[in-house]
Write a protein that binds this ligand. Structure first.
Ligand code: ZN
Ligand code: FE
Ligand code: FE
Length: 179
């Protein structure tokens, strides 16, 4: 990891609330990482929709794809409101999760367990996002970025709901198989 030894100057004569500029930068870096993650997902989810066998699973991923497009927009909005812009970087974690998912889908092709595999891959993705958004929400709270907190919370709610929906479908898939 690059360590820029930049010295951020804190205005000592200004006691109006000062934001830690290192944390501010870290916040922006993490938002840029999430921006990459969400954009990668908008390309990966259609392949999961196509591979899914149950209508319920297809529909759930389709609706989360629409939400994911909204998540991309929301991240732009957060940066814009702070007068900042997001840089282009690649979220290596999401890249890895998607790579693993596509390998799994290839292996599972034609098997009755394919939906279970898609759900497993999907939940790993959701958990990564939930962890990341939870972190940036906490930082935004700490720095008093109230608008950002609200926008992040909306996304976080949708990520949590998507994760719960996948759990629900996993249970119904398992029950159908047992019948
Ligand atoms: Zn998302
Ligand atoms: Fe990442
Ligand atoms: Fe998501």
């Amino acid at each position: 990891m690059k360590n820029s030894n930049k010295q951020y100057q804190k205005s000592s004569n200004d006691d109006s609330e000062s934001v830690d500029s290192d944390l501010h930068q870290l916040f922006l870096d993490e938002l840029s990482d999430l921006y990459s993650a969400e954009k990668q997902l908008t390309k990966a989810l259609p392949k999961m929709i196509e591979a899914a066998q149950s209508e319920e699973l297809k529909t759930a991923i389709e609706s989360h794809l629409k939400e994911t497009q909204e998540h991309v927009t929301r991240l732009e909005e957060i940066a814009e409101e702070l007068g900042e812009s997001l840089d282009s970087r690649t979220c290596a974690a999401m890249e890895g999760l998607i790579k693993e998912a596509s390998e799994l889908l290839a292996e599972q092709k034609g098997k009755s367990s394919i939906d279970a595999a898609i759900i497993a891959a999907g939940q790993k993705v959701e958990h990564y996002e939930i962890a990341s958004y939870g972190t940036v929400r906490a930082w935004a709270e700490q720095m008093g970025y109230d608008d950002a907190v609200e926008l992040i919370q909306s996304t976080l709610d949708e990520e949590n709901a998507a994760d719960e929906k996948l759990t629900e479908i996993a249970e119904s898939v398992a029950n159908n198989d047992a019948e």
